[in-house]
Write a protein that binds this ligand. Structure first.
Ligand code: SF4
Length: 393
């Protein structure tokens, strides 16, 4: 089977094993330290679980409210039932011959947005450093937060130089500096900026994002057209709730305090446009928000519903004894590792997820690590049971 062949290749890759061992240990130590010194964050995580549970229970109503709030701040909401519709909406908005910059978005990857926009004749660049390296390598992200976790420094340098970035020296700092210069030039010239969101507040239409590279604020704030692609499970009732979700994601990703939390509610006002004209930058005069369903609404009430509480912190991956040897080679097309099982079933193909679930050891470390207490290993067992007993998962 293709997926297991990929896993076997990963197990034989010594460089990958070394990189994953180092990254998981360093991430575990960081998160432990954050949670030890800030016990209030574990309390906040419990609160976020309740916020998200209540949100999922009244999701139809929140979608409606979010769409109205987006209109009120002069953004244009769209609803995409599936990946094809999302590609169609964004494709029409972007057109062809444009320079498009993207910030890391699993939803964009889920619908194959970059490839679609490229096929329409656009120049498209990922602006998160790890995601850019993955784009240049032509591979897939290997972790939710650290997509290029598998890559050595030598390989990263090689890819950046090949793409035309001026890397002076062999240090990580030199590579980061070169990538920043390379990307900022593109962001300044870009016609379109596409982001995801950590959360969308239904009461205000505000998008909340958390980051440590400052690329998201540039991608959403510099090009004249900003498009956000937001899975519906990320809608929460209030702006305060949305900020709490972002804080918990950052803490459990080991990025606490977060370097930047951005709140964007609609495109720039006319006054801002005048001001930015004076200073040369353009700023978004148009904002579109694509709410992506792609199996999420149908997952409510089913055995994988609790995956909709996920804040995409990647904690379960770094804690998993299988993932630390395979990375996202154990996973579906986009989502990998423990969280990837139910996400693959919800958004892609339950049969594929069912097959992948046979690699789960059932140790339950992911359940304990998850900030919002998703019963990940129980869902893996359910995927397996359905695959075996129903003939079709
Ligand atoms: S399942 Fe839990 S631990 Fe894993 S990414 Fe989602 S929120 Fe984080």
């Amino acid at each position: 089977m293709k997926a297991f062949e990929e896993v076997n290749r990963a197990l034989e890759d010594e460089e990958l094993q070394l990189a994953l061992g180092k990254a998981s240990l360093s991430s575990q130590l960081k998160v432990e330290e954050v949670l030890r010194s800030r016990p209030e964050l574990a309390e906040l995580a419990k609160e976020v679980r309740e916020i998200k549970k209540r949100s999922i229970a009244r999701l139809d109503e929140l979608i409606e409210q979010a769409m109205n709030s987006l209109r009120a701040v002069k953004a244009t909401p769209h609803f995409a039932e599936g990946a094809e519709r999302a590609r169609e909406i964004v494709g029409k908005l972007v057109g062809s011959g444009k320079l498009v910059v993207l910030s890391k978005s699993m939803a964009a990857a889920e619908v194959g947005l970059r490839e679609h926009l490229q096929s329409l004749g656009n120049e498209v660049w990922e602006t998160d450093l790890g995601e850019l390296l993955v784009q240049l390598e032509g591979s897939k992200p290997m972790h939710t937060i650290t997509p290029a976790v598998h890559m050595t420094r030598r390989r990263a340098m090689e890819l950046l130089r090949k793409a035309g970035a001026r890397v002076e020296g062999e240090s990580i700092e030199a590579a980061v500096r070169a990538a920043r210069e390379f990307l900022r030039e593109k962001i300044v010239r870009a016609h379109v900026g596409i982001t995801g969101a950590n959360a969308l507040a239904a009461d205000t239409g505000a998008l909340v994002t958390v980051e440590n590279e400052s690329n998201i604020r540039l991608v959403s704030g510099a090009p004249p057209l900003h498009i956000a692609i937001v899975p519906v499970d990320k809608i929460v009732p209030t702006l305060m709730d949305a900020v709490k979700v972002a804080m918990v994601q950052a803490a459990y990703a080991g990025l606490y305090p977060p370097t930047y939390i951005n709140i964007v509610a609609g495109p720039s006002s006319t006054a801002d446009i005048e001001r930015t004209r004076v200073y040369g930058a353009q700023g978004p005069v148009e904002q579109h928000v694509v709410l992506l369903d792609n199996g999420r609404l149908a997952a409510r009430g089913g055995p994988f519903e609790e995956q909709l509480l996920c804040v995409r912190c990647g904690r379960c991956q770094y804690e998993c004894p299988v993932w630390v040897h395979t990375a996202n080679h154990w996973g579906g097309p986009v989502y990998g590792g423990p969280m990837g099982l139910a996400w693959t079933a919800i958004t892609h193909d339950e049969l594929e997820a069912g097959k992948l679930s046979f690699l789960c050891l059932g140790c339950g470390r992911c359940d304990e690590a998850c900030p919002v207490s998703i019963p990940i290993s129980r869902m893996a067992r359910e995927l397996r049971r359905r695959a075996l007993t129903l003939g079709k998962p």
